[in-house]
Design a protein. Structure first.
Length: 469
């Protein structure tokens, strides 16, 4: 693949140094041209650095636009980038990737058939590289848990396998570049560009257990009043994600596990977790009268211990607790809690309230200033199910919506972003009702969302809901 990079700034330089493919660079600053020639002289691939104007057809042709397969336009002004993209298209370059500095200009680039990415803060070489080589196996996300051995180390010290590169780090509300000196912190969401099976080596660097299993686990508590729909949804997720289903049963109720296996494909690995020697696990999904909920003393929940024990390895793949949606004797009240609400509040891992046993077509996710797990879970589930994502956000969280859209594009997942202008709770519920989403992903205990209305969604919504901690 022959690649022409127009604009030899820091992003263009880093991209060229990591490509491993023949490339030419066109740069307008003569001193920078000399600097790039010296730095990239030992890149190991055929390359040339030309001095010229990116908006000049003659200079572009001299730099190899006539023979290149891809043009990557990285100049500082949108109008210059647009003019360059139009010239490259007229020359006959098959594929053009351009940086856009102002979101309002994106439609102009898209209108001429150019692939684009927004430039909120630079350092997009990892993103461009995965756009150039769109094999899904090249891009992964890692969420850094509290006990990860990578915490406190710089990217330079991580000893990533060859061909792997950190493209960006989402830390709170800030999107950081993958600079070698950046220190890894707990709670970081890291976008990593890697090659094929080396993804497993990358996982081991961040995992306390050192295991490379990428499939994840779906924990499924079994009760007497089991839900066939929830079992089938867990089966579908396990097949699409390559996960194991771990059934949680009370001692003496092993027949529930045997019965559940009759509905599960033999291709799916399963295991059994006992809830406690004396079977103290509370049947969370069995509704109780209001007076019992008010008067009953809180007891130690064995299920919580199981969840915490499972999370101690801090695996970075998809882990979820799958429970059936409330029905039958379970009631809804905006004032009193019941067993499902308590389980959601206390679970250290995401809880999927299951009501959809068919592949998700549309996924709705709410982005906020504390967003962490929502982004990787939405992308991974949508990638596995072949669904599209609608991401709702308030103005202060625009950068997270942009990040999500960019990274989802690496996985070929479509993301439609919608800015919330008014009351977040009202607009979220209105969007959910009008567009009939199969899955809604929300973080629990968000102050900007009215708690009673979120509970109403959990109890009465006709699709599945994933509540993340």
């Amino acid at each position: 693949m022959e690649i022409l990079i127009v604009g030899g700034g820091s992003v263009g330089e880093k991209l060229a140094s990591e490509l491993g493919e023949p490339f030419n660079i066109l740069e307008g600053d003569p001193s920078r041209v000399i600097e790039l020639r010296n730095k990239l002289d030992d890149s190991g691939v055929r390359s040339q650095v030309f001095h010229g104007d990116g908006s000049s057809r003659d200079d572009l042709e001299r730099a190899g636009a006539n023979t290149c397969d891809v043009g990557v336009v990285l100049m500082n002004k949108d109008m210059e980038n647009l003019q360059c993209a139009m010239i490259l298209k007229d020359i006959g370059v098959k594929r053009i990737i351009a940086r856009v500095n102002q979101a309002s200009n994106m439609y102009r680039f898209i209108g001429i058939g150019t692939e684009v990415f927004l430039h909120p803060m630079g350092h997009e070489e990892g993103l461009i590289r995965t756009m150039l080589f769109p094999d899904m196996n090249h891009a992964i996300q890692v969420f850094v848990g509290e006990r990860s051995p990578a915490i406190g180390k710089s990217i330079r010290e991580l000893d990533l396998p060859s061909g792997s590169m950190i493209g960006a780090i989402l830390r709170g509300e800030e999107l950081l570049p993958g600079d070698p000196g950046t220190i890894i912190r707990s709670g970081d969401l890291i976008a990593i560009d890697t090659i094929g099976k080396k993804a497993r080596e990358v996982w081991k660097i961040f995992s306390i257990s050192g295991k490379g299993d990428l499939g994840g686990h779906l924990l499924f508590p079994l009760f007497k009043d089991r839900s066939l729909e929830a079992i089938k949804e867990a089966e579908l997720l396990a097949l699409r994600l390559g996960s194991e289903i771990a059934f949680i049963v009370q001692p003496g109720r092993e027949e529930l596990h045997t019965a559940a296996l009759g509905f599960i494909s033999t291709k799916i690995p399963t295991s059994v977790i006992a809830s406690g020697e004396k079977g103290e696990m509370v049947n969370f999904l069995e509704g109780r009268p209001k007076q019992n909920i008010i008067q009953r003393k809180r007891k130690k929940l064995i299920l919580e211990e199981i969840l915490h024990e499972h999370l101690r390895e801090e695996s970075h793949h998809i882990d979820m607790l799958v429970v059936p949606g409330p029905k039958g004797r379970t009631f809804y009240s905006p004032f009193f809690s019941n067993n499902l609400d308590r389980l959601i509040q206390r679970s250290p891992m995401p809880v999927l309230v299951s009501r959809s046993y068919k592949p998700y077509r549309k996924v709705l996710v709410y982005l906020h200033k504390h967003t962490t797990l929502e982004i990787p879970y939405a992308i991974q589930l949508s990638r596995a199910m072949g669904s599209s994502i609608t991401a709702m956000y308030t103005t202060p969280n625009r950068k997270k919506a942009v990040y999500m859209k960019h990274f989802a594009g690496v996985y070929k997942v479509t993301v439609d972003t919608k800015r919330i202008e008014g009351n977040p709770t009202v607009e979220l519920i209105k969007e959910a009702k009008e567009n009939h989403y199969d899955l809604i992903i929300i973080r629990k205990n968000l102050r900007e969302l009215q708690y009673s209305q979120v509970r109403r969604l959990v109890h009465l919504w006709n699709g599945s809901i994933l509540m993340v901690p």
